[in-house]
Design a protein around this ligand. Structure first.
Ligand SMILES: Cc1ncc(C[n+]2csc(CCOP(=O)(O)OP(=O)(O)O)c2C)c(N)n1
Length: 200
């Protein structure tokens, strides 16, 4: 079975020009350990709202690719997130759920996916047209590349082992991350405006 860290490593270079939102805990720590960038935002505390945050960004910044790294425990707290994604169908959003069947970051309690709940099935039944479940790094990389290239909403589930880093505390403070991310977006929108003015 694949590990989430390997998945992140396999696609890290493609995150360069995306806005990236992760949920808190293990995945945030793993992505940071590959190298933090100002276009990465690690959503602390608001468990379940990774997809909602990504949706808001994608709708506000339609020219910008947005990637959300979600977790099974988190999306299970906000299943309505799937229906809202489907309803607004942002073409520039890639939603990835790393399904380790566990609340790993708080000690590893099993979630409902460990007893058979199928998140891709929920996504599909919610009305998301492009869904996928992947089990290997090759499948993951291929599906992620495809999702980034395609001009449509994709929600994918990557089945991964319930393993992560030893600790989840990083050097980067929540507020620092928040201001950095905001400035990054401001720079993007200022540049886009200038570009538009030059063209007119
Ligand atoms: C509303 C709320 N409930 C509980 C928590 C505690 N909490 C933090 S991370 C986490 C588990 C997240 O599980 P999952 O999304 O499956 O990701 P994993 O930790 O397995 O990578 C929990 C329960 C929280 N931060 N907020």
């Amino acid at each position: 079975m694949m590990q989430r860290f390997e998945c992140l490593r396999a696609i890290y270079d493609q995150l360069e020009n995306c806005l990236v939102v992760t949920i808190m805990g293990a995945v945030a720590c793993e992505l940071q350990s590959l190298g933090h960038k100002p276009n990465f935002f690690y959503l602390q505390h608001a468990m379940g709202l990774g997809s909602s945050t990504g949706l808001g960004l994608a709708l506000c910044l339609p020219q910008q690719k947005v990637v959300v790294f979600d977790g099974d425990g988190s999306i299970l707290m906000n299943l309505g997130g799937y229906t809202t994604l489907a309803r607004y169908r942002p073409k520039n959003l890639v939603h990835v759920v790393f399904d380790n069947e566990s609340l790993l970051s708080v000690g590893g309690f099993p979630t409902a996916t460990s007893t058979g709940s199928d998140l891709e099935g929920v996504a599909h039944a919610s009305g998301i047209a492009r869904t996928k479940t992947v089990h290997t790094i090759e499948e993951f990389k291929h599906a992620f590349d495809d999702a980034l290239r395609t001009n449509d909403l994709t929600s994918m589930v990557a089945k991964v082992e319930a393993v992560g880093p030893k600790g989840y505390v990083t050097e980067l403070a929540l507020l620092e991350n928040r201001f950095q991310f905001k400035r990054y977006i401001e720079k993007l929108t200022t540049e886009a405006r200038r570009h538009g003015e030059r063209k007119n």
